[in-house]
Design a protein around this ligand. Structure first.
Ligand SMILES: NC(=O)c1ccc[n+]([C@@H]2O[C@H](COP(=O)([O-])OP(=O)(O)OC[C@H]3O[C@@H](n4cnc5c(N)ncnc54)[C@H](OP(=O)(O)O)[C@@H]3O)[C@@H](O)[C@H]2O)c1
Length: 99
């Protein structure tokens, strides 16, 4: 049984990093998306060393249309990707009704 590759946005901290850890532990190869390359690279090295999976950092600022398009192309064209975990996002910056 193959697990396929999981693409995780917001993978370098918080909820996304936890998904990355758990999915690597289950044997998924990973594509990790966030803005800061050094943080992504350091997590990728640790997860591939600990779990023996292939981890690819993909730097992208998802507020940039050009960067977002690179992620969309990756999702569309990489047939190994079987799972998307979309953790990068924004929370409300004011009362719910107003925002
Ligand atoms: N923590 C909670 O209890 C909780 C509860 C409900 C909802 N949420 C929502 O869940 C999401 C993640 O929360 P979290 O606590 O895990 O946040 P976090 O620890 O701040 O992690 C955010 C992740 O997203 C990346 N990121 C931020 N802006 C980005 C951008 N423009 N393009 C690409 N990547 C970006 C960050 O890396 P870089 O800075 O390197 O880009 C980081 O990897 C947020 O939308 C939050 O509002 C969180």
């Amino acid at each position: 049984m193959t697990h396929g590759t999981a693409l995780i946005t917001g993978a370098s901290s918080g909820i996304g990093a936890m998904y990355a850890e758990r999915l690597a532990r289950r044997g998924h190869d990973l594509v990790l998306v966030a803005r800061d390359f050094d943080r992504l690279k350091s997590l990728a090295n640790r997860l591939s060393g600990d779990h023996g999976v292939v981890v690819t950092p993909l730097t992208a600022d998802l507020t940039s249309a050009a960067d977002l398009e690179r992620v969309v192309v990756k999702l569309r064209d990489d047939a190994e990707i079987s799972l998307l975990v979309n953790c990068a996002g924004i929370g409300p910056n004011g009362p719910l009704l107003g925002s």
